[in-house]
Design a binder for this molecule. Structure first.
Ligand SMILES: [Zn+2]
Length: 108
């Protein structure tokens, strides 16, 4: 992946630690490396009014908007809270992120 190595990846479960969706969890849908943002399923929803176009009816469109990566933490299902992760070098040379508290791997 280009750009900075963000601490979250697509498919991770994260908890928002600040803002209106604080303490909510969701699954990462998309990483936006340039914006250092993440789209999280069901979180930071913005409503957009859309005009009718051709045969598509206008209305209110709800869509996830990016959350800055510094505002989310990996959520550990075992610890049941947001946690910090550390890199663990696997036997085959690959790196995996694990929970600093319980050792749960987030890169299965
Ligand atoms: Zn844990």
């Amino acid at each position: 992946m280009l750009g900075k190595n963000l601490h979250v990846k697509r498919g991770d479960t994260v908890m928002v630690v600040t803002g209106k969706d604080r303490s909510k969890t969701g699954k990462v849908l998309q990483i936006l490396p340039k914006k250092e943002g993440v789209l999280v399923e069901g979180l930071n929803i913005v409503k957009r009014h859309t005009r009718p176009k051709g045969n598509v009816a206008g209305g209110i469109n709800e869509k996830e908007s990016p959350i800055h990566v510094s505002n989310v933490r990996i959520f550990c299902a075992k610890c049941k809270k947001p946690v910090r992760t550390k890199m663990n070098l696997l036997e085959d040379g690959k790196k995996a992120r694990i929970c600093v508290k319980c050792g749960e791997s987030f890169d299965k």
